[in-house]
Design a protein around this ligand. Sequence first.
Ligand SMILES: NC(=O)c1ccc[n+]([C@@H]2O[C@H](COP(=O)([O-])OP(=O)(O)OC[C@H]3O[C@@H](n4cnc5c(N)ncnc54)[C@H](OP(=O)(O)O)[C@@H]3O)[C@@H](O)[C@H]2O)c1
Length: 266
Amino acid sequence: MRMEGTAAVVTGGSRGIGLAVARELLAAGASVLIGARGKDGLEQALGTLGPAPGRLVAAAGNAGDEGDVRRWAGLALETFGRLDHVVVNAGGNAPLGPAVTGDPQAWRDTFAVNVHGPLALVRAAWEGWMREHGGSVVTVITEGVHGVGPGLAAYETSKAALLQLTRHLAAELAPRVRVNAVSPGLVRTELARFWWEQDEAALAAATPLARLGEPEDVARAVVWLLSGQAAWVTGTDLLVDGGRRVRAGMVGHGSADEAEGPGGRD
Ligand SMILES: NC(=O)c1ccc[n+]([C@@H]2O[C@H](COP(=O)([O-])OP(=O)(O)OC[C@H]3O[C@@H](n4cnc5c(N)ncnc54)[C@H](OP(=O)(O)O)[C@@H]3O)[C@@H](O)[C@H]2O)c1
């Protein structure tokens, strides 16, 4: 996947999945702007990712602030002279309680990060570069939108909205721009630490591919979708979950190691 001469904005690029996406993009030859709120985290990320002279920039901002995301797009255009790729990745998933009692402002903030900010960023990329030159966008959703996580109504509802926005953008911006989603399962990052740290072995055992996800597992899928290798793919939602979703719908386990073959019950 060679992406020399292209440029990307990765939101939430200071750690976890976004940092891994930035690393893969740099390795493929692209220039990258990483955006996040925390300046220390961005500094650390620059140290981890660099050196990449002239190809790596960090900028603080809130992915839910439309002015900040437009500034990211503008800075990428100014620094790299182009903006071929946008990765909508920033986000948190603090449980906000039941839908009927959750804080309305927290709901609005969650939708700002997962819907309004991403739309403003794609609009800026479209206006500044993609309308004329083309490009590709990947949004990071969650495998959780296929079910219902307790206390995660705001997070999952806004991610479901982002997935539907992804499909609309794919239809609207074709054929010049491809827009796709990646839906990760449980990945060993800070965001998900609460879930995976409690009993990692049991979670791995419940996963057909027998381990939790690493940021690189998701990043490679993101970069593949961004790249020309996925030239005929748009509007898709790529599940990257180690097979958890197929097993979630099953009664009992489906692994050939555990299943009895035909006639084996007698
Ligand atoms: N890990 C999982 O199991 C999992 C599963 C499904 C989906 N996802 C999705 O994957 C994406 C990345 O998550 P992750 O697991 O890599 O999380 P992470 O390790 O906590 O990293 C999140 C990144 O986003 C930034 N960020 C968070 N809120 C932001 C905001 N409002 N504005 C700007 N930057 C913000 C963080 O930096 P600052 O805090 O400094 O801003 C950080 O760089 C998220 O959209 C998440 O919903 C993760």
